[in-house]
Design a protein around this ligand. Structure first.
Ligand code: ATP
Ligand code: MG
Length: 418
């Protein structure tokens, strides 16, 4: 079964010069340090390995000392729970002392430092996340992770109910890892346990839920997995609202090459501005995420009452007013709905802006232009600019110099009018 996995990638991983230097400095004597978690999993799957995490028998203070002695830069990023970030020639590695859980309250575990790689593996969440790789190339698999990885199956280590009760976030991690790495249906035992323990999600912080949900939405099998979430009663709770599966499907088809989680969330869960507001609260979204959801809702509202088929002039105006990014999220999501009518010529026009072939028109007047012409600073400037901008948009956003001069003249006339 291991044949279906990329063993060569493990050897390649260990040939990375920075990692090698780190492992060589942290092995020997009675110290043992291995690569653990996502890096081993991804290498075996032939996926890109971004961050490399290591587990070690060395105690945290000693990691600091040894790292400094070896010429690395140790940063005590999470030293209380055993994690030191060791920077080797600019590349950071998280090195964590082996741990064993002592107590859990469903949210956070009290951990003690341990000495045993197997105990450390068993406190991890899924079998595919519990593999470790030694400096000599030995792959350690205490939980049948290799078989599950080969079968592309996300499975809890030990009893799924017990593991979920230790940390309810594992429910969402189960679906997130399924969405990214699995084939076929979710593991039935994990799925049943997740459903039965669902109430536990309510004790989690909104930030942690947000993190897992957004990662799930950007995952390879986001669409299937969101369906599963819906069928098993998770989705309505997560979104605190209804899901737009048609828009979500089209959004995913359009952004598959470069998924952006927040736009997928918009397509799935935002129909009106109140949805954006509610999701911000519910998931404690960042200001930037919130702005995107708002912009999405606003543009949907505008397009839903667009009276005629979108044409290239309308697209130019929409791009100037709402920006390429928002339009790139909204147009595919709404495609195929009765309104707006989106024909090929509109999509072609948008494509020219999206590819940068045609520059996004920029409104040519500034407040300073008006001040220069003697209009006193103050709220009146903003009003006049808004008036000029409306004119400019309805004229199709021309950007030549004659336009700027004409707009300015019109504004000055208006300013002088009684
Ligand atoms: P990626 O970072 O690519 O999502 P990863 O496997 O590195 O994947 P992290 O969330 O960074 O995932 O966690 C690192 C490792 O720590 C996991 O592989 C897993 O072994 C363990 N882990 C993380 N969170 C939990 C948890 N809530 N319960 C148990 N083990 C966990
Ligand atoms: Mg990670």
């Amino acid at each position: 079964m291991i044949q279906s996995l990329d063993q060569k990638a493990l050897a390649d991983l260990l040939r990375r010069p920075h990692l090698r230097r780190l492992l060589e400095a942290f092995n020997g004597g009675d110290a043992e340090t291995r690569v653990v978690g996502g890096a081993v999993r991804n290498a075996l799957l032939g996926r890109p390995v971004m961050e490399v995490d290591c587990a070690t028998t060395i105690m945290p203070d000693d990691i600091m000392r040894r790292a400094a002695k070896a010429g690395f830069k140790p940063v005590p990023t999470g030293i209380d729970h055993g994690t030191v970030t060791v920077v080797v020639d600019g590349e950071p590695f998280e090195v964590t002392t082996l741990r064993e859980d002592v107590e859990t309250d469903g949210r956070y575990a009290v951990v003690h430092f341990g000495h045993d790689f197997e105990t450390d593996a068993r406190r991890r969440d899924f079998t595919m996340n519990a593999l470790s790789l030694g400096l000599d190339g030995g792959l350690y698999d205490y939980t049948d992770g290799v078989a599950d990885l080969a079968a592309r199956r996300v499975r809890f280590i030990g009893n799924a109910h017990t593991r979920i009760r230790e940390d309810y976030l594992r429910i969402l991690r189960f679906f997130r890892f399924h969405a990214e790495y699995a084939e076929g249906d979710p593991d039935p035992e994990g799925l049943a346990a997740a459903g039965a323990e669902r109430q536990g999600l309510t004790i989690l912080s909104r930030e942690r839920i947000r993190h897992e949900l957004l990662r799930l939405l950007a995952a390879r099998r986001a669409e299937d997995t969101v369906r599963v979430l819906a069928e098993h009663g998770f989705l309505t709770w997560l979104l605190d609202g209804v899901a737009e599966f048609g828009r979500f499907h089209r959004a995913i088809a359009a952004d598959a090459e470069k998924p952006v989680a927040i736009w997928r969330l918009a397509a799935l869960a935002v129909t009106i501005e109140e949805d954006a507001e509610r999701l911000r609260e519910r998931l404690r979204l960042s200001n930037d995420e919130q702005r995107k959801l708002d912009a999405y809702a606003h543009l949907v509202r505008v397009l839903k009452v667009w009276p005629e088929p979108l044409n290239p002039i309308a697209i130019r105006r929409l791009v100037a007013e709402h920006g390429v990014e928002t339009l790139a999220a909204v147009l595919p999501a709404l495609a195929g709905e009765p309104l707006p009518v989106i024909r090929d010529n509109a999509l072609d026009a948008f494509q020219r802006f999206e590819s940068g072939g045609e520059p996004v028109p920029v409104f040519p007047l500034r407040g300073a232009d008006l001040v220069e012409r003697g209009i006193p600073k103050g709220p009146r400037i903003g009003e006049l600019l808004a008036f000029a901008r409306r004119n400019w948009l309805s004229e199709g956003c021309p950007t030549d110099e004659a336009t700027a001069a004409r707009l300015l003249r019109r504004v000055l006339d208006k300013a002088e009018a009684p």
